[in-house]
Design a protein around this ligand. Structure first.
Ligand code: IPE
Ligand code: IPE
Ligand code: MG
Ligand code: MG
Length: 353
């Protein structure tokens, strides 16, 4: 069994330390603790928003229009939050934190512009996607603008390490998206293949965001590694939950359409586990849908995913990764920012948006 599926609660003797018990996953969704965690970086996030607004400037009106369209729709700004919380946990208070927080949000937004073209998605952040509103060419090209603007900005940090981390992350994300494209309509994809895609396309940027906090703070290698481990595990859990919500979410809460994964023939973890656990008829139904990309049986498939226990098992896989994130966070100095990182990892499991 892949480590992704070993729920940490089933591994004896691993959770004796205060603050790292599995109970953290059984808390009711406490929006207060998330709000408290985010309040720590609220003034910084306001500054990040100002940097973002300033750096969207372009002499080409369509560039600014499309970029502002997607950025002003909001989004959770999770990657900047992650970078700022790690900076806070490690004591870095310099101005590069705002610049690099904007950089990771630009890279993320560029991936979304491209991803929605590839996935033919029509709804993002509660609005028609940029490809729906402005067309595929404008989305792809403005995505390129955001990537390259991010590279202009990261140079300003005057740090070879910073550039190396971000150049590598961007490259791995692109590889992840291509890998996913190659896996499309492949019903034989296993957990390992799935994990490889999500570690690349999603977790890598979370990893880079957290690692940058440590680099900016000039932290020693073990602390930098703890941050990177935290980001990788958090990002993995985040994508696993995203894939759950495609079958068990609510489009108006998510701000994007459900069922896009099935329509794209993506063998995500809920489907992989449903095929492992289902009877022959259920397996066949799921396999056919992945192979054809037909969403005609989406309701039946959502029921199979639930009835076989695949949904719950997928949530448990996310819980295992979130626990791994919490374990990594516990290797950082004990302070309110670290507590916020722990809260983020535990609350992520009950997210609806
Ligand atoms: C969407 O990321 C893409 C995934 C990695 C699932 P987010 O859910 O962080 O998107 P926004 O920025 O909040 O819209
Ligand atoms: C995440 O994958 C995309 C990237 C990280 C680039 P998804 O395709 O699942 O993201 P959503 O669901 O469209 O936000
Ligand atoms: Mg998509
Ligand atoms: Mg998705």
């Amino acid at each position: 069994m892949s480590t992704l599926l070993q729920h940490p609660c089933s591994r004896p003797g691993r959770f004796g330390r205060a603050g790292t018990t599995c109970r953290i996953f059984h808390l009711s969704s406490s929006e207060n603790s998330t709000a408290t965690a985010l309040a720590l970086v609220a003034p910084d996030m306001a500054e990040v928003d100002r940097v973002i607004a300033r750096r969207l400037d372009s002499g080409v009106p369509l560039v600014a229009e499309v970029a502002r369209y997607i950025i002003s729709a909001g989004g959770k700004r999770l990657r900047p939050v992650l970078l700022l919380l790690t900076c806070g946990a490690l004591g870095y208070t310099g101005s590069q934190r705002h610049n690099l927080a904007a950089v990771v949000e630009f890279i993320h937004t560029a991936t979304l512009l491209h991803d929605d073209v590839v996935d033919e998605s029509t709804l993002r952040r509660g609005r028609p996607t940029a490809n729906e509103s402005f067309g595929n060419p404008a989305s792809v090209l403005v995505g390129d603008f955001l990537y390259s603007r991010a590279f202009q900005m990261m140079v300003e940090a005057e740090s070879m390490r910073v550039m190396q981390i971000l150049a590598d992350a961007t490259n791995v994300i692109a590889e992840g998206e291509v890998l996913q494209l190659m896996n499309m309509h492949d019903a034989s994809l296993d957990e390992e293949g799935y994990l490889r895609v999500i570690r690349s396309k999603t977790a890598k940027l979370f990893e880079a965001s957290a690692r940058l906090g440590a680099i900016l703070a000039g932290s020693p290698a073990p602390i930098e590694t703890a941050c990177a481990d935290y980001g990788q595990a958090l990002g993995t859990a985040f994508q696993v939950i995203d894939d759950v919500l495609d079958y068990d979410g609510n489009a108006s809460e998510m701000g994007k359409n459900l069922g896009d994964d099935l329509r794209e023939g993506k063998a995500t973890l809920p489907l992989i586990l449903a095929m492992q656990r289902g009877n022959e008829a259920q397996r066949q139904t799921v396999r056919e849908a992945i192979e054809t990309g037909s969403v005609d049986k989406i309701t039946e498939i959502a029921n199979i995913v639930r009835d076989t226990g695949a949904l719950e098992a997928t949530r448990q896989a996310a819980a295992a990764e979130a626990q791994r994130a919490i374990d990594a966070a516990m290797r950082l100095p004990d302070n309110p920012h670290r507590a916020a990182l722990v809260t983020l990892a535990s609350q992520l499991l009950t997210r609806r948006t």
